[in-house]
Design a protein around this ligand. Sequence first.
Ligand code: BMA
Length: 847
Amino acid sequence: MVDRKLVLNNWRFRAADETSWQPAQVPGCVHTDLLRNGKIEDPFYGTNEKDLQWIDRKDWVYETEFDVPENVLSQSMRELVFEGLDTYAEVYLNDQHLLSTDNMFRTYRAEVHHLLRASGNKLSITFRSPIQEGLAKLEAYGYGLPATNDDSVTGGLGDTKVSVFSRKAPYHFGWDWGPRFVTSGIWRDAALCGWSGYRIRDLFIRQEEVSEASARFTAVLEIEAEAAGTVRLNVFAEGFEQAKEVKLAAGVQTVEMAGEIRDPKLWWCRGYGEPSLYDFKAALTVNGQTIDERAVRTGLRSIRLVRNPDTHGTSFYFEVNGVPVFAKGANHIPNDSFVTEVTYERYRHEVASAAESNYNMLRVWGGGIYEHDMFYELCDEYGILVWQDFMFACSMYPGDEAFLANVKREAEDNMRRLRKHPCIALWCGNNEIDGAWSHYNEEGGWGWKKLYTAEQRERIWADYEAVFHDVLPEVVERMAPGADYWPSSPMQALTGDIDQHATKSSAHGDIHFWAVWHESEPFENYNHNIGRFMSEYGFQSFPEYKSVRAYARDEDMELESEVMLHHQKHKSGNQLIREYSGMYLKEPKDFVSFLYMSQVLQAEAMKMAIESHRRRKGFCMGTLYWQINDCWPVASWSSMDYLGRWKAVQYFARKSFKEVLLSIAETEGEVAFHVVSDLLRPVQGTLIVRLLDFEGRVLKEQAVPVTVESNAAAVVFSLQSAEWLEGHPSDGVVLAAELAEDAGDSLDTTEHYFVPSKLLALEAPAITATEVEGSGGATFVLTTDRLAKQVYLEADVDGIFSDNFFDLVPGIPKTVTFRRRDDGAIPFVQGTPGRLTVRSMADFAKS
Ligand code: BMA
């Protein structure tokens, strides 16, 4: 590639009302710079968050000096490009005002030829306080707007919420899992770029029609010319090469070139085929000399959201290359309150963990950021589909002309950057706003409408419609023709019909089911509230002890301690965990045991939810639990903690998301054995069901031949619990089932109990872990003398086990391998766990 760029990375910063400079790291933000310079304590430790709220009230100045390198100086056009300024910035070059910005999600460019010197340039950026700006905007607007998660109290603003007035990551202002750190700074690259004659500003491969036989596409180039002229344009990729003469006018223009690749290697999401990628390149030449080049990596695939009337209502599923895909995965939030701290390795750990856990989809939720390129590149490579929200969540937003113009540019910039990624399956306007406002149902929603006069309501809803029903879909259709857009998640339909808007279960649209958790409904209700696509539902837990110790001292290890309450952002979170724990699990013997129990509880809840959704495959076609990750160390709905450590639920999700799932559900004494298969071929096998006591004696056994159609779910066997239990205590037996293919492979195993874990007659088991010779200390065989519930393997070293939190049945040994988290070429490397601690439920329960 032609290198005509100087990335500016030698910066200093200071508070606008102070004079002394400190070194700054760019990309970064004020908080991380203050921390690196030893000016503040670790924002995530203890209750430090509270003491750091002064930072967002100040204005901050960032400054750099630079000489123009030869590769830029030799060019006739020179431009400063800012890929992310957070948020209200005034940019000065050599003391001349260059730019004003007000959207952290936009890319800003300025031609600087007239201001630039060969050496000794000074670039200075003043960031005005987003809080002061927000307050001014609120005053101009006239009244406040709902912003449920904006933690204005911690911010010292009482109930004055300013987040919605700024195009800045909503979660910076606090969330029910995140602290309030309202950052300022240069959060993506700032660079000086040069060019002469012609340049390719963008290359996009618009896919017209893609099948196994052929991929027809149009290479869409945005070309800028200093002056009118003729160039030769070459576009090529594996299996494709084409060139043509192009007449260009001065200025920016779109140039298209149609093409076709025969027998393309298609991009598939995980579980359905390889996620093949193509590198397309475009080059502009004049008289045989290359003037500019551009490359784009993309995948060839067709993808659509199928919403067709059917016998139940309206379908809601993704079809990839013509195959209906059941979406399995979770919601993603930013990996850090300070996103520039997220390294490639951290992103990879997240996406690789998702892949390890049999996901095929992540939803980039609307309260965070349009993620870094790396995130989508990883999703492309691992075959993880992305449901992409625009960054609006749980709030009402203004809709004046300036705001709409700003949103439009934001959407254009991010779609230009992201539309090339084959992983992106859907563009979604916002998180939960349609349902929260509930315009078509006077009684519906979160009570917001009642706070406003009729006239105000009209204005607020008109503004909503302008953003989500006009501006965003228009940009999506223009920038990525044919891509699907869904205005809000959840939503039932695009009409104003009351019955079609946000309910707990519906035969249309997608559902966020939160009555388990927020409304204290029992886990069993997951079975009765199933929609066509479950895009959110969740249950909280605590991180493991080692992770909790990273933010709390030993004397804070108490549920109601100040630190523990501070690292629980949902006001009734700890109470709810305790309440549900009392319903399902044995009482923990101390706080550390409570941490374990909370994880087991969450895991059992999510297993129930995921499997109930998958069992309804066909009617329901997607299940994304809330949430895979955390942005700081906290008690939350995450399945991996902030440090990337897998909670019990991550292991459970991996099992419940398996390609072929054996799932048992009991209703009124009838135990049904379901097989859910995502394989694109039928499964022929045998189901073996055994009833065992806790010492491992087989009390009853039955083998059943099983056939399951391709890509389908079916009940393959059922039994009456009374009949099987006859003469045996229900709290002392387990049903162990295995599905094996006739070819010989075991497809899945699972257990079923006749009473909740709380009531099981558990006694302390003697578990033996024997290292497998030749495994280098990585593989162990576990056996037990009596039933061990949720065996917890704890390693000294960060990494994952091939299984964890599993039930160990006497007589059924279990082989487990450890893989260390690694920052080398592969994410998880086989290795020793260090000291291995093996415990089970009996070790944590009060006797
Ligand atoms: C959903 C999400 C988030 C929230 C979560 C837990 O509403 O969209 O806003 O963090 O529930 O309450």
